[in-house]
Design a protein around this ligand. Structure first.
Ligand SMILES: *Cc1c(COP(=O)(O)O)cnc(C)c1O
Length: 397
């Protein structure tokens, strides 16, 4: 099919949910994507902070081919070997004791909220309320739209599930004030991703742990974006030196394959049979991919690369910050954001795209980089060159 035909199908037959450029992606390898015209793009969003090992990594395609010829889905009624092997890997390499597998970030966040409510019902006299933060993002199911701290979602799709209170991020006093007898848990992203790359301070995260201990409420980390090596540690809670009670993972855990996990401490193994589940959770293809990705990310050189490339990008951005009016260069590892001195985020994104670079603007006055974690120095240099040129072109226009 010709590109015009494909775009026609998109415009006339896909449910309209977002605006996309007239580009159809066809092939990917490492840090690069190619569209149907053969145009090459350097990819600094990596499938939306998803393709941790880059595009079409051999370790992933190999296990997919092998497993797809053996068994694809033995049903949720049975254990399967890839599921149990992946479970052991996750437990051996995290602070948690129990795992439940899902397919998306929103799904495991829902599971975390259900677990917190179950805990409230069993141990806290029916407490059900979850504190979440303003500018947070937890997904697009109805309950996760309630949990998410976006003002313009408040009035959408009502009635949505209630029981979520939004408090300012990085504000311990606000947490103390908001806690009451109905509070069951606090759910945060250690670094707010969609909200604009806002890292929780050390004091805040430690403080949350203390407050949760004091009140017997659960600390839930949504590490859908920050987990699996993104920050330079396997999980970002390690950066803060504390452990949450519950953690959710998605995005990078499957390096592009739909896969998510809810991880909990032993004492929160409290679901009764039938209260939680899903048809595809623990399905063989996802499980072999999860193990393959985990083994790569756990390699010392892999996480060191995330750390050193993150620092290198920040240094390079600092060097051009005065010239281009960039400020507040922030983030951890390879989750990096910075402000622009004008609201030209989407213009810069479009210009970069024309110039062969994919980046993201989560807010009109800022840009975000979340490249595959395998990015190297040459690719960073290439990104910087295109970014510099693109911002200059937009400012001149
Ligand atoms: C992307 C994201 C989600 C939602 O994940 P889906 O797989 O799109 O459902 C939830 N929380 C955070 C922090 C995210 O970045």
């Amino acid at each position: 099919m010709k590109k015009e035909e494909l775009i026609n199908i998109a415009e006339n037959s896909l449910l309209s949910i977002t605006t996309r450029p007239d580009v159809v992606m066809e092939r990917g390898e490492g840090m690069y994507l190619w569209d149907t015209d053969g145009k090459k793009y350097l990819d600094f969003i990596g499938g939306w902070a998803v393709c941790s090992l880059g595009h079409t990594p051999k370790v992933v395609s190999d296990v997919l081919i092998e497993q797809s010829q053996k068994l694809i889905n033995s049903s949720p009624s049975f254990y399967n070997k890839p599921m149990l092997e992946f479970t052991k890997l996750l437990i051996d390499n995290s602070a948690f004791d129990r795992v439940w597998f899902g397919n998306s970030g929103a799904e495991v966040n829902e599971a975390a909220v259900k677990l917190a409510r179950k805990y409230g019902a069993l141990k806290k006299d029916g407490a059900y309320e979850i504190l979440t933060t303003k500018n947070s993002f937890h997904g697009r199911t109805l309950a996760m739209m309630s949990a998410t701290g976006k003002d313009h979602w408040k009035e959408l799709f009502n009635p949505k599930p209630s029981g979520f209170t939004h408090i300012p991020f990085n504000d311990l006093e606000a947490v103390k004030k908001a806690i009451n007898k109905n509070t069951a848990a606090i759910m945060i992203e250690p670094i707010q991703g969609e909200g604009g790359v806002n890292p929780g301070t050390q004091e805040y995260i430690k403080g949350l742990r203390d407050i949760c201990n004091e009140h017997g409420i659960l600390l839930i980390f949504d590490e859908v974006q920050t987990g699996f090596g993104r920050t330079g540690e396997m999980f970002s809670y390690e950066k803060y030196g504390i452990e949450p009670d519950i953690m959710t993972l998605a995005k990078g855990i499957g390096s592009g394959f739909p896969l998510s996990a809810l991880m909990v401490k032993e004492q929160y193994n409290i679901f009764e049979p039938g209260e939680q589940g899903g048809t595809y959770g623990g399905q063989q293809l996802a499980m072999v991919v999860g193990s393959a990705v985990t083994k790569e990310v756990l390699k010392k050189e892999f996480l060191e690369n995330v750390d050193s490339m993150g620092k290198y990008i920040k240094d390079r951005l600092k060097n051009i910050s005065e010239e281009l009016g960039l400020s507040e260069i922030r983030g951890m590892g390879l989750l990096i954001g910075f402000n622009l001195d004008e609201t030209i985020g989407s213009e810069v994104v479009n210009r970069c795209m024309e110039n062969g670079l994919i980046i993201n603007s989560p807010r009109p006055n800022m840009l975000r980089l979340m490249p595959p974690l395998i990015v190297n120095k040459d690719e960073v240099d290439e990104m910087m060159k295109i970014l510099l040129r693109s911002i200059k072109e937009v400012k001149k226009a």
